[in-house]
Design a protein around this ligand. Sequence first.
Ligand code: MG
Length: 247
Amino acid sequence: MIHLKDADGIASIKAAGRILRAALNAAGQAAEIGVSTNDLDEIVRSVIENAGARPAFKGYQGFPGNSCISVNEAVVHGIPSDSVLADGDIVSIDIGVFKSGYYADACETFTVGTVSENVLHLLDVTKTSLAKGIEQFKVGNRLGDISHAVQVYAEAHGFSVVRDLVGHGIGRALHEDPQVPNFGPPGMGPLLRPGMVLAIEPMINEGTDEVRTLADDWTVVTADGKASAHFEHTVALTDEGPVILTI
Ligand code: MG
């Protein structure tokens, strides 16, 4: 069941999203050669807690970090650790914030030092595919129009769309209905209505779309070891169109 949010609910998610953005910007700026993913996670924790909010992923189904930090071939759900970033790495920092009864969720992939041309292109395409999806989040469209727009853009540039992981509704729960795939035919699925709030989050791979989970039971990596990028926003649909709440 899709829970529609009123203006107060959307404002509360936006307040969580503002804190999230500050944490994401701070961690992203710190993502440099020689910095550990634990260091980045600590920045995320401190920014969120100092703002009077809670890192939503901490303890979620037992997750040990404050944020998910996924390097290179890691797609999502990487556990922060003492391993340090190296020249040419990419690092996806995925953050959830809980504040005043509501959640926000967003992710960005950052570069470390000098990254290969193809991986830079992957990041650019993934970020733009998210924008293409958000453009379709409008009254009268169906959910599949979002999914289709992401897929078409990513595949047109020679990259592949992860099938095993999808976006989601968000609000009083971190994960609500509906699921938001990054692939599929247009014109299908629920009608998009004002008050819907979605975490739209393309995960786009340099090589195969196939993924597997590491022995830590969390980290999802590409099956071929090639790079993966992940950009996510929490977005509300209003009468005036989509409003990004994590910008
Ligand atoms: Mg999410």
